[in-house]
Structures are given as structure tokens and as C-alpha cells.
Design a protein around this ligand. Structure first.
Ligand code: NAP
Length: 305
């Protein structure tokens, strides 16, 4: 007998929604989470596009997701998954840091982690002026000169947050058009933020172990120049945390391939949210994935009988 019907790896919006739907469907369900539940929602300042909630702080939304999953009986195991084994046709074993636990079906909701720019100075100055989290580190740069790198939703949304802390925020993007949704771009354009379009960051430079300037390449003029900055926030995309399931098919970028029911290439393993090959990554789409995966995981468990 497996310990659980469904085990979910990762407690972000996708995992918590899956936990809620699975437990509510009467399946013995647990989420294995290595840190605290909420995933990337925890580091977003304000969320204004989750339907039905108006404007809400990221950590408040995460808390609501977790409370609702637990209300229906979903457990949370705080531990780290070291590896996953298929122990029979109908059982998977999660080897955790401090124990092991089994389930009939798995839902992988491990999300994605931030990418780095990979320019000289970035690694050495991380934590000394280079940051990947505006809500965590933004307050250290109140009133200071801030650079935001990237042109996706994260960069633009975090630049909006940082523009509340400083009137001197510049966004540098490698192309002349943003990838981010027009709504957030327009909101940023209404602030005092400045833009460096079609420019690359060549290096991040430090003085006395702290960020002091950034060297850019203006691709229109092919000119390199250096400008003083106190802080550099890097939001240049994410990479999936999919190493935990080497047995599942991935796309060329490492995202887990699923069908519309969130099934992966391995029977009994489902994947949801940012870790899967989805065309649009939002809190609401991760939550929707979770509901779908829980439904089909339950159907899969019925098929085992
Ligand atoms: P993203 O959408 O992949 O955007 C990454 C940005 O960084 C792109 O503009 C890309 O440029 C740029 N970039 C990538 N590598 C670079 C490099 N080496 N040097 C300079 N620039 C580089 O990533 P994201 O903004 O982190 O968002 C990830 C996912 O989460 C997306 O699906 C996004 O929609 C979603 N998200 C949604 C919300 C929301 O709705 N509230 C908030 C945050 C994130 P190019 O455009 O030239 O490729």
C-alpha cells in the first residue's frame, strides 16, 4: 500500500492548486516542499491580474492558496526530494533528505529558477549590488540609482515596484521591443523610469566590493560606454527545475513535456506550472494546470483498480 494516493513535488501555485483539488476529490494527498509554500508568488510585491481578487500582495495570495489546500486535507511535508524511483507499475517512491514516502501518482510542480546574464562582475557582485529579487533587496536601494535588466513580465513588473523606491530606475533590454505584456509596459512608462533599448550589458563593475557602474554596448551605434549604478536587478528569464524527473521527456530547454491533461511521458507522473512546456506562465495558468493534473491523476488512480 502506498503512503499517499498523490504526492506533489513543489508548493507553488500549481502544486497548491493540485493539492486542493486532489484532497477535495478524496485522495490522500501531500505536497513535498523544501522551503515555504508559495513559490515565486512569495517574491512578487503586488499581484493585480489574478481573477477575482483585485490587487493582492504576493505572500497573501500564497497564504490563501496554502490555507485552502490544507482546509481540504492536503498535507505539507517540509523536506527536500533527493530522487524519484518507480517501485512498481502502480507506485513511486520519493527519497527525501530525511525519510522516504510513496504514492500511486506524482505531480511535479517544481517551477523554475532565475537565469543569470553571465557577464563579468555579475557573480562576484551578487549580494553586493547585484540581485535577482526586487521585493527582497529593493529596500536597500531606496533613492539610489538602479538598473533593471530584461524585457519580460518579471523585469517590467519588478521595475514598477523599484520605481516606487527610487526615481532613478533604468531598464536595459537587448531588443527594441519588450516581451512583457503591454499592460505592465504601459504602467512602467507612466513612472519616471528610463529605458535603454537595443543595448547589452557588457560588464558589471565594482568598487570596494560593491556595484559602482555598468558597461553597456549600444547596438544601434556599436558604441561601448560606462554609467554609474548602485544596484543591478537581473530578470532575464527562468530555467525549469526538472532534473528531479530524468525519466520524463523534456523539450530542448529542459521543460517537461505534457499533454493537455498534464500527463508526462511516464504513466502516473503529471507536471504543472512553470516546469512544464506551457506557452504562457502565469499564477492563474499554474493554478489551472494544478486542477487539471489533480483531476487526471485521480482518474489514473481509478484505472489502477
Ligand atoms: P521571459 O518572459 O523569458 O523574459 C526574459 C527576458 O530577458 C526577455 O525579454 C529576454 O529577451 C531577456 N533575456 C534573456 N536572456 C538574456 C540575456 N542573456 N541578456 C539579456 N537579456 C536576456 O522571463 P520572465 O520575465 O522571467 O518571465 C518568465 C515567465 O513568467 C513568463 O512566461 C512570464 O510571462 C511569466 N510572468 C508573469 C507575470 C505576471 O503575469 N504577473 C510576472 C512575471 C513573470 P528577449 O525578449 O530578447 O528574448
Amino acid at each position: 500500500m502506498a503512503d499517499y494516493d498523490v504526492l506533489i513535488v513543489g508548493g507553488g501555485p500549481g502544486g497548491l492548486a493540485a493539492g486542493q483539488y486532489s484532497a477535495r476529490a478524496g485522495r490522500k494527498t501531500a505536497i513535498v516542499e523544501e522551503m515555504s509554500c508559495g513559490g515565486q508568488t512569495m517574491i512578487i510585491d503586488e499581484i493585480e491580474n489574478y481573477p477575482g481578487l483585485g490587487q493582492i500582495l504576493g505572500f497573501e495570495l500564497a497564504q490563501k492558496f496554502e490555507e485552502q489546500a490544507e482546509k481540504f486535507g492536503c498535507e505539507v511535508i517540509y523536506d527536500q526530494v533527493q530522487s524519484i524511483e518507480q517501485t512498481s507499475d502502480a507506485e513511486f517512491k520519493l527519497n527525501l533528505f530525511s525519510s522516504s514516502v510513496t504514492a500511486k501518482a506524482l505531480i511535479i510542480a517544481t517551477g523554475a529558477k532565475h537565469k543569470v546574464l553571465g557577464v563579468p562582475g555579475e557573480e562576484q557582485l551578487t549580494g553586493h549590488g547585484v540581485s535577482y529579487c526586487a521585493t527582497c533587496d529593493g529596500p536597500f536601494f531606496k533613492g539610489k540609482k538602479i538598473l533593471v535588466c530584461g524585457g519580460g513580465d518579471s523585469a517590467i513588473q519588478e521595475a514598477i515596484y523599484l520605481s516606487k523606491l527610487s526615481d532613478d530606475v533604468t531598464v536595459c533590454h537587448r531588443r527594441d521591443a519588450f516581451r512583457a505584456q503591454a499592460g505592465v509596459v504601459n504602467k512602467l512608462k507612466a513612472t519616471k523610469a528610463k529605458f535603454k533599448m537595443n543595448q547589452n550589458v557588457v560588464s558589471i563593475n565594482g568598487t570596494d566590493g560593491k556595484v559602482s557602474s555598468v558597461t553597456f554596448l549600444n547596438k544601434d551605434t556599436n558604441e561601448e560606454y560606462t554609467e554609474d549604478f548602485d544596484g543591478v536587478f537581473v530578470f532575464v528569464g527562468m530555467e525549469p527545475k526538472s532534473d528531479i524527473v530524468p525519466m520524463c521527456e523534456k523539450d530542448s530547454a529542459g521543460y517537461i513535456v505534457t499533454d493537455a491533461t498534464m500527463k508526462t511521458s511516464v504513466k502516473g507522473i503529471f507536471a504543472v506550472g512553470d516546469v512544464r512546456n506551457t506557452p504562457f506562465r502565469q499564477i492563474v495558468t499554474a493554478a489551472s494546470d494544478g486542477a487539471i493534473a489533480a483531476h487526471y491523476a485521480s482518474e489514473y488512480i481509478d484505472s489502477l483498480k
